[in-house]
Design a protein around this ligand. Sequence first.
Ligand SMILES: Cc1cc2nc3c(=O)[nH]c(=O)nc-3n(C[C@H](O)[C@H](O)[C@H](O)COP(=O)(O)OP(=O)(O)OC[C@H]3O[C@@H](n4cnc5c(N)ncnc54)[C@H](O)[C@@H]3O)c2cc1C
Length: 303
Amino acid sequence: MLLDCAVIGGGPAGLNAALVLGRSRRKTVLFDDNKPRNAVTSESHGFITRDGIDPQEFKRIGQEEIRRYPDVSIEKQRVQRIVKENGQFKVEAEDGSLFYAKKVILATGFKETLPAIPRVKEFYGKSLFGCPFCDGWELRDRALAVIADGQKAVHMAKLVSNWTSDLLVFTNGSQVISQDEKELLHSKGIIINEKKIISLIGDEGMLEKIQLEDGTEVLCEGGFIASDWEQSASFQSELGYQVNDQGGIETDSWQRTKSSGVFACGDTRIAGPSQLILAASEGSMAAIAVNAELIEEKFNLQA
Ligand SMILES: Cc1cc2nc3c(=O)[nH]c(=O)nc-3n(C[C@H](O)[C@H](O)[C@H](O)COP(=O)(O)OP(=O)(O)OC[C@H]3O[C@@H](n4cnc5c(N)ncnc54)[C@H](O)[C@@H]3O)c2cc1C
């Protein structure tokens, strides 16, 4: 059967795309292998009506809502390949099954690589986070660390200073902050430490101290860390869409990529802030854009 749309990735972006497609009576398949980057955390914040929800519970509710719409099916497996043939997309799933669709929405998110600091993964998602808009409130007024280098350090320090006045910046051995920037941060009470971090110390994910190369241990009760990003899945060689200089898929404001019939939404675009509600909103937009194209094609064919 030729489906209207295949949605790849079932985080908030893909779930919302599938919901809007289902409500639009579009034959849709939603694929998800359930490996989102926020699996490390037990609470998601900042989504109105869902503030503080467990991310897996968010997904469960999303799938339950989508199941009300008979035109959408959910495939809990990974998509391996997508090929465009004769104006339609052949989607190859992990178990070898094939699906054919007129349009594709990519909502596969990204994965992060944390700096190579011993024990960092024990704390990430529990007392060390990437985004203060998501988790700053819970850490407010504590002694916090920003672990980042280069311009990310300056940017993050300025941002996090909104949530605490007790802030230390650790560049983990890099010396890339200019003297002017150091003076600016110092003038706001932000201390910069350029020593290499040897280890993070604490129990059950709760950061207590940062141990430095000279043996000193600095007390802190959590913080924010900069990481590198890459796509969770890439179909660029088959589909030929464009990516931006950070590796995110480029789209217009309708979530259309440069590859005809391919849309992208949520974190996979790596363009600015990354949040559940922003991803969900882009998913909705992608579904509306898919509908708009399908309607256009239907009436053009009849003309
Ligand atoms: C530690 C941490 C805390 C966070 N806290 C918050 C918070 O409090 N509030 C907030 O708003 N945001 C928070 N975020 C950010 C939020 O998780 C993301 O912005 C959001 O999940 C992006 O949604 P998405 O749908 O684009 O991608 P994701 O949620 O990453 O979903 C993508 C899905 O696609 C699947 N997938 C990937 N490739 C394939 C494939 N080939 N086939 C099938 N499935 C595939 C993945 O397994 C995954 O399930 C946090 C992130 C982290 C890391």
